[in-house]
Unconditional design. Structure first.
Length: 228
């Protein structure tokens, strides 16, 4: 612990906060592609070009976000550099190892996903952007969720999804946010089984935009947290 405290002396304040990025599921290059995490593919009358693997989207967003944060001097850790679908338990283990090393209150965990409403056999009507925290989550998790919702809303590309008029985040005990020891949120950017959302999600512009929401929210979060 002493060694880390010494290392942190004299560094830029924002780099004392460690941003842990979790890119959900596998990429399409993996040997064990996560089943079901892709656009419906047995639908007639749909352009074959409208085909997307969630894990590829998540990885693109995290890659862009990581570069933006590093360029600005933030400390970033991508939890899954592999293409393979690393188990949720292993993702949490990697996150909590960093929390132990740097102190959980100096870390923030962000899990990047896109959503689906159906079983992968047909296109669905649900669409939009949402943020999730677990039951009993810390004030810091709430802060990050609210900041991210606001950034996505400001941009206006997505229909925004919230459970109550005065509550911007959903409470869901998703394994990775429930079991990480630091403040933690999970974002769902659009629905890849909705034709309109998917058409947008497939573009470079969407991946850049989603990374930017996360970037802007994280910068505001870090500034808030280091003030205290
Ligand atoms: Zn997902």
């Amino acid at each position: 612990m002493k060694k880390i405290a010494e290392q942190l002396k004299g560094v830029k304040p924002e780099s004392k906060i460690h941003i842990l990025l979790d890119n959900g599921h596998s990429s399409s290059k993996a040997r064990n592609i996560t089943p079901g995490k892709r656009t419906p593919y047995l639908v007639s009358g749909v352009e074959p070009a409208l085909s997307m693997y969630e894990g590829d989207f998540n990885r693109d967003v995290v890659r862009i976000l990581e570069a933006k944060l590093k360029d600005s001097g933030y400390s970033v850790h991508v939890l899954v550099p592999e293409d393979e679908d690393i188990s949720l338990g292993e993702r949490v283990r990697r996150a909590n190892k960093l929390c132990k090393e740097y102190g959980a209150s100096n870390c923030i965990f962000v899990s990047v996903h896109s959503n689906a409403a159906g079983n992968g056999r047909q296109w669905m009507t649900a669409r939009g952007f949402s943020v999730h925290i677990c039951q009993g989550a810390s004030k810091k998790s709430e802060l990050m969720a609210n900041l991210l919702y606001d950034e996505a809303q400001k941009d206006g590309h997505f229909k925004m999804r919230k459970p109550l008029p005065n509550q911007k985040y959903w409470v869901n005990n998703f394994y990775v946010i429930k079991n990480t020891s630091c403040p933690a949120i999970l974002s769902e950017s659009g629905f890849y089984d909705n034709v309109d959302d998917c058409t947008f999600l497939l573009t470079d512009m969407a991946r850049e935009a989603v990374a930017t929401y996360h970037y802007n929210a994280l910068i505001k979060y870090v500034q808030e947290v280091i003030k205290k």
